[in-house]
Design a protein around this ligand. Structure first.
Ligand code: HEC
Length: 132
């Protein structure tokens, strides 16, 4: 196969994978972080540039106030972007939220490429929205 042909095949396989991922996530029910994530200690204090980070990377889905009602949310199949202010999110440990931000699921992209410090600051930022 030509290099181009291989590229196209790989792209189609990738697409099928990501579409499959969304479908599987929908069928998976509640999203639970693995037990080892639960006790991970948050080594970072404060929110740093998290608000900017959120505006760039998260509000399209999670909304300007974190309620899960960003402009892209309507077009997504369930499970919808999480409401960060909700008990369902806030009752989780910092480690669990950090793990979910890092790994993603379905339509929720993984953010492992962001520095760890930035990801913990995102967790701290989400904490400031509790009950809002
Ligand atoms: C393309 C849309 C999209 C973007 C962009 C996005 N998310 Fe999400 N997010 C989702 C969806 C959809 C879910 C629900 C996933 C599920 O339950 O399977 C989710 C879930 C979450 C959860 C898990 C809450 C729970 O259920 O416990 C956290 C935390 C989160 N997102 C944080 C972030 C952060 C931080 C960013 C930006 C750095 C971000 N998300 C960007 C779509 C998005």
């Amino acid at each position: 196969m030509s290099a181009f042909g291989k590229l196209v095949t790989a792209a189609i396989a990738g697409l099928a994978l990501s579409v499959g991922g969304v479908v599987t996530a929908a069928a998976q029910g509640p999203w639970v972080a693995p037990p080892e994530a639960k006790n991970m200690k948050n080594p970072v204090k404060g929110v740093g540039d998290a608000k900017k980070n959120v505006e760039t990377n998260c509000v399209s889905c999670h909304g300007a106030s974190g309620h899960g009602d960003g402009p892209a949310a309507a077009a997504l199949p369930p499970p919808k972007p999480a409401n960060w202010t909700s008990d369902a999110v806030q009752k989780q440990t910092d480690g669990e939220i950090f793990w979910k931000i890092s790994n993603g699921r379905g339509a929720m992209p993984p953010w492992k490429h962001l520095p760890e410090k930035d990801r913990w600051e995102l967790v701290n930022y989400i904490r400031t929205l509790k009950g809002k």
